[in-house]
Design a protein around this ligand. Structure first.
Ligand code: NAP
Length: 275
């Protein structure tokens, strides 16, 4: 028994080294793309911004069906028409992901009209873009309901069937701000950090579930309406990209100096958001 335990203890670090080397090699090798021809993809917030780009990308890569959720019918309709012109079956549903009952009802309507969803992209989010004391309480709650809890409800609605089919993927469009917060967007940073923990826990919970996986994406600033007006410098980009690495090494005072130098302390002063 002791020998078995000692053996496992010796093999464990070797296993870790093997996995790190394998991941590093996979980073430089071209990725094997998944065949999407049998997949039905649901994108929350798919009417505009990154969600719309993802819809185009999924269509180009041969997804069987694309389903878009959002609150603004005009954008959803435009994107749906664009995707249909590309030759891909596409449907849209009006749904506020921050409203639990609406999510469950719309998910039922999707299953009845379109069938099973095998890829869920949790992309919808909002940013209030203010400090804690300048924020209205309801606006603070709204960001948490949409950006974090919305993912609980959509995942609960679609994951059970993915587990039954042993085919599914939950994707979360998160943000680098989940790991490296900035002032002036306290609602957003908190909701994204929370969504990050949600996905970590979900991903680990799916380890024993064949055919079902989860992926978190952490984009940096992207030109959409979401962060309109935010001042962006290359220094800021580097700071945000690496601060989650060095924040565990450097003292807090040094970290604060780096953020001041890079402009991340004031980048939200010019924020306008979507009008
Ligand atoms: N832009 C960036 O710099 C950036 C950087 C890092 C990460 N991200 C992340 O990328 C994702 C997409 O952002 P984006 O830049 O494309 O933002 P965007 O242009 O503002 O689009 C946000 C999308 O979410 C939808 N949405 C918002 N609230 C919703 C709700 N309650 N229910 C359903 N849909 C809702 C919006 O549609 P309706 O308004 O019609 O509902 C819209 O389609 C977000 O998760 C964001 O946090 C963005």
């Amino acid at each position: 028994m002791v020998w078995k335990w000692l053996g496992a203890l010796l093999v464990f670090p070797l296993q870790l080294i093997y996995l790190v080397v394998k991941a590093a090699v996979c980073l430089v090798l071209p990725a094997k793309l998944r065949d999407l021809s049998r997949e039905s993809v649901l994108i929350t917030g798919g009417g505009r911004g990154i969600g719309r780009h993802l819809a185009r990308e999924f269509a180009e890569r041969g997804a069987r069906k694309i389903i878009l959720w959002g609150r603004t019918e005009k954008c959803l309709k435009e994107t749906t028409e664009e995707i249909r012109l590309m030759g891909t079956e596409c449907h849209y549903f009006i749904c506020d992901v921050g409203n639990r009952e609406e999510v469950y009802q719309t998910a039922k309507a999707v299953r009845e009209k379109v069938g099973d969803i095998t890829i869920l992209v949790n992309n919808a989010a909002v940013v209030h873009g203010k400090s804690l004391m300048d924020s209205d309480d309801d606006a603070l709650l709204k960001s948490q309901h949409i950006n974090t809890l919305g993912q609980f409800w959509t995942t609960k609605a679609f994951l059970p069937r993915m587990l039954e089919l042993q085919n599914g993927h939950i994707v979360c469009l998160n943000s680098v701000l989940a790991l490296s917060a900035i002032p002036g967007a306290i609602d957003y940073c908190t909701s994204k950090a929370s969504a990050f923990a949600f996905m970590e826990s979900l991903t680990l919970g799916l380890l024993d579930c064949p055919g079902v996986n989860a992926t978190t994406v952490l984009p940096f600033h992207t030109s959409t309406e979401m962060f309109q007006g935010m001042r962006k410098t290359s220094c800021l980009s580097l700071t945000l990209m690496f601060s989650f690495l060095y924040c565990s090494i450097l003292p807090q005072a040094a970290l604060e100096e780096i953020h001041k130098f890079s402009g991340s302390y004031t980048c939200m002063n010019t924020f306008k958001g979507r009008t």
